[in-house]
Design a protein around this ligand. Structure first.
Ligand SMILES: *[C@@H]1O[C@H](CO)[C@@H](O)[C@H](O)[C@H]1NC(C)=O
Ligand SMILES: *[C@@H]1O[C@H](CO)[C@@H](O)[C@H](O)[C@H]1NC(C)=O
Ligand SMILES: *[C@@H]1O[C@H](CO)[C@@H](O)[C@H](O)[C@H]1NC(C)=O
Ligand SMILES: *[C@@H]1O[C@H](CO)[C@@H](O)[C@H](O)[C@H]1NC(C)=O
Length: 387
């Protein structure tokens, strides 16, 4: 019983877009055939409509976990609000409320809302200090999709992470990434508005050619690469562009974070941040290879993630802390080919003068005032950083 309709009227169509829209069949879950009713469990109606739309009823459709697996083009429109049960205990896949897998040419649209009813789950989430914590379902999970599009969808109060488009959850909801991308190639996120308790967008290992443009973020932790280097055999990250984004009251803006003591080496390269506006951001520009959000990490072995070909260009606005630029790379594997160009950040508080810190990196610097151009560089080992 994963899905429940809210009291708002909801219309849900499944369109089988075989040739063109004109020939597509419509499967309306509110129709007499499927008879989904506002305020009741719609998962059966939804699964039935989906399987009819697929014209191959034997596909793996599991009502409880609402996992949609198929391999033909299909459009799913959600209008109104789909509401999860507050208690996630009944999901057969405990980390996912609504999941889409193995679909070529999926379109998910319609202006509707996936309301994860996360308030209860956030209080029980101890994943920030417990490595073996219980999985908490994310609202929407997309796996093994190709040529697909998700647009005009709102994800609200996810129990865990959120994905795609208007995304809001309070600042105090922990570990609730807006959009997390991992093991993916050629994904564009654009015109999204994200406010959450963790990263607005985070890009994990094995991600390539990811473009994030015209995104506004806040509250939250900005747009991050990582964290990387925590697990065995992580794959490289290449080709990330973040452009024309605005971050407001976020804790970190544009950052690359990697864990110390990585079990195996990997690389993160060709990463470009450009035309970014910051409003009152705590750490506007950050490379952090001493990332350790838990109470303890083994800090002696340095991170084995090699960072190279990174640029920060045309970045302006205000910093909430005096340390506006911090580039702390890994001991023994310095960052290579890092560029800071046209950085214009101000600090208006009383915690000291605007400054910057660089360690194990020698960036190329153009059009950056002295205070922001590696004003201090640390030769002594730095302490691990929390969050
Ligand atoms: C995704 O972004 C890249 C880089 O900006 C661009 O070349 C490509 O056309 C975009 N793809 C789509 C489908 O919008
Ligand atoms: C930048 O993004 C904003 C939305 O955040 C959009 O309104 C604007 O048109 C974009 N500018 C360019 C030059 O793409
Ligand atoms: C600036 O950010 C800090 C820390 O996130 C927050 O406490 C403060 O309220 C923000 N200031 C404004 C004017 O929003
Ligand atoms: C970094 O950029 C240079 C050209 O500027 C290129 O030759 C090199 O292959 C790039 N390295 C990586 C790891 O992408």
């Amino acid at each position: 019983m994963a899905l429940k309709l809210s009291l708002l009227a909801m219309l849900l169509f499944l369109l089988l877009a075989s040739t063109s829209k004109a020939h597509a069949s419509v499967f309306d879950v509110m129709s007499a055939t499927y008879s989904a009713k506002p305020g009741s469990d719609v998962s059966k109606a939804l699964a039935k409509a989906w399987s009819d739309a697929c014209a191959s009823p034997s596909r793996d459709i599991q009502v409880k976990r609402s996992n949609f697996q198929r391999s033909l083009p299909i459009e799913m429109q959600v209008r109104g609000t789909l509401q999860a049960l507050a208690d996630a205990g009944q999901l057969t896949r405990p980390d996912t409320w609504v999941g889409f897998q193995y679909i070529d040419m999926l379109t998910l649209s319609g202006g509707g809302t996936f309301d994860g009813q996360g308030a209860l789950a956030w209080g029980q989430n101890d994943c920030h200090k417990n490595k073996n914590c219980k999985p908490i379902p994310i609202n929407l999970r997309f796996e093994f999709l190709t040529h697909s599009k998700v647009q005009d969808i709102t994800s609200l109060n996810s129990k865990n992470t959120f994905q795609h488009l208007t995304i809001t959850a309070p600042d105090e909801s922990r570990n609730t990434d807006g959009i997390h991308i991992g093991a993916s190639t050629s994904i564009n996120i654009t015109h999204a508005k994200i406010g959450t308790g963790d990263d607005c967008a985070s890009i994990g290992d094995d991600s390539h050619q990811i473009t994030v443009t015209d995104v506004t973020c806040g509250p939250g932790h900005g747009i991050s690469i990582g964290s990387l280097g925590r697990y065995k055999e992580e794959k490289d990250v290449t080709g990330i562009i973040v452009k024309n984004c605005t971050l407001t009251n976020t804790q970190n803006d544009v950052r690359i974070k990697t864990w110390p003591d990585s079990p195996s080496p990997s690389t993160a390269s060709d990463i470009h941040y450009e035309d970014i506006t910051m409003v009152n951001v705590s750490k506007p520009i950050l490379i952090d290879q001493l990332y350790c959000p838990y109470t303890r990490c083994d800090q002696k072995p340095p991170s084995k993630v090699k960072i190279s070909n990174v640029s920060f260009k045309n970045i302006r606005g205000s910093s909430f802390t005096p340390l506006a630029v911090k580039l702390v790379c890994t001991r023994g594997i310095p960052c290579e080919n890092v560029e800071l160009t046209n950085i214009d950040l101000t600090y208006g508080g009383d915690q000291g003068p605007l400054t910057s810190l660089c360690s194990n990196v020698k960036p190329r610097i153009t059009d950056v005032i002295k205070a922001l151009a590696c004003a201090t560089s640390s030769l002594v080992p730095l302490p691990l950083s929390k969050k």
